[in-house]
Design a protein around this ligand. Structure first.
Ligand SMILES: [Fe+2]
Length: 195
């Protein structure tokens, strides 16, 4: 990947701002709203996150998404910031994150459905489409599912309180068996720590 002037410094500054928000305000709906605002604003720098540098998944591939790691604390793996590149069809089942999570749109439409737990499983409580200029923020126990149907590839920021490879206790709801299961650790992550 070519190095674009100012981008690495900007990424580190964003992570620092998020770190300050968490340090000053903890992990709450309000603090995560602040994190979302920071990332949504940063996502407007579309020239820094082009398809050339973060290629969409090829249609002939069996994969539908991958993550490019932009930043993550070295020893604690905290404050993990990724560019996610995805293409239809994506239908990720309802899941939590076991850490806070924020998504901010760069290109394309990603439908997020939100759920509440019920005695028999889950019940949808909301729906929001993440696209450029918008985002969603979730506490560790919040539940969402992700859906991509449009042909236009989706590119988003995803930021987590802890790196994806270290989220061992994420749960997802298996509709067929009607029960919660442990979400396999996501590891299709490409290094972009030096862009
Ligand atoms: Fe998620």
């Amino acid at each position: 990947m070519p190095v674009q002037s100012g981008r690495r410094e900007a990424i580190l500054e964003i992570v620092e701002r998020v770190r300050e928000i968490e340090s000053n305000c903890g992990v709450t709906r309000e603090s995560l709203k602040q994190v979302k605002r920071v990332l949504v604003q940063f996502a407007m720098n579309v020239d820094w996150f082009t398809d050339e540098e973060f290629p969409p998944i090829k249609t002939e591939s069996s994969e539908t998404s991958c993550f490019y790691r932009l930043a993550e604390d070295e020893e604690t793996h905290r404050f993990a910031l990724y560019v996610q590149s995805a293409r239809a069809p994506v239908n990720l089942p309802p899941h939590n994150h076991d850490t806070w999570a924020v998504i901010a749109g760069i290109r394309g439409d990603e439908v997020n459905r939100f759920y509440e737990r019920t005695p028999n499983g889950i019940c949808q409580s909301g729906c929001y489409t993440v696209r450029k200029g918008t985002g969603v923020a979730m506490l560790p126990d919040d539940i969402h599912s992700i859906h991509i149907a449009d042909e236009t590839p989706v590119v988003n920021f995803h930021m987590y309180g802890l790196g994806l490879e270290y989220l061992y206790n994420r749960e997802y709801f298996d509709y067929q068996e009607k029960k919660w299961k442990i979400f396999p650790v996501y590891d299709n992550i490409r290094d972009a720590m030096n862009i």
